[in-house]
Design a protein around this ligand. Structure first.
Ligand SMILES: [Zn+2]
Length: 143
């Protein structure tokens, strides 16, 4: 997936406060009113931004629109860390776990992947220390 839209492109790009994400949302009319106006004004002023919008429109036409839309929709509803940890432990509502799997593997959300890795480390280390603790003091439980 080399042509996945960059989530929050660092400000090296075009106009300082218009992200690629905002342009996609602009095309979908999924932005709050004030951001729609912001983008509209920025488009009027910036030639390179207009070109960027043009490129996005072409990519939408090539079928990336769907992926992009899904990606964004799911990114907006990123599962929180509780959900991610139940995914990690494979506990909880299977439908929810399924959704998380979709979010991580199909959408490939970089935020949640990083989060999951982080949780995994925490989990591994707490497992290790729980082992140590339980051999000394069996009455102590870690949540
Ligand atoms: Zn996510």
């Amino acid at each position: 997936m080399s042509s996945t839209p960059v989530p929050d492109s660092p400000q090296g790009g075009t106009t300082p406060n218009i992200t690629l994400q905002m342009l996609w949302d602009y095309l979908d009319e999924a932005l709050p009113q004030k951001d729609m106006i912001l983008v509209e004004n920025a488009l009027r002023e910036s030639e390179s931004l207009r070109q960027q919008l043009q490129q996005i429109m072409q990519r939408r036409d090539n079928g990336e629109h769907t992926v992009g839309a899904i990606w964004r929709r799911y990114r907006v509803s990123c599962p929180d860390r509780d959900v991610l940890s139940s995914y990690l432990l494979n506990t909880g509502d299977p439908r929810l776990l399924d959704y998380v799997r979709f979010h991580l593997e199909v959408i490939g959300c970089p935020y949640c992947q990083a989060n999951l890795e982080d949780l995994q480390q925490v989990y591994e280390s707490s497992k290790a220390s729980a082992k140590r603790a339980s051999s000394k003091d069996p009455s102590r439980h870690r949540r």
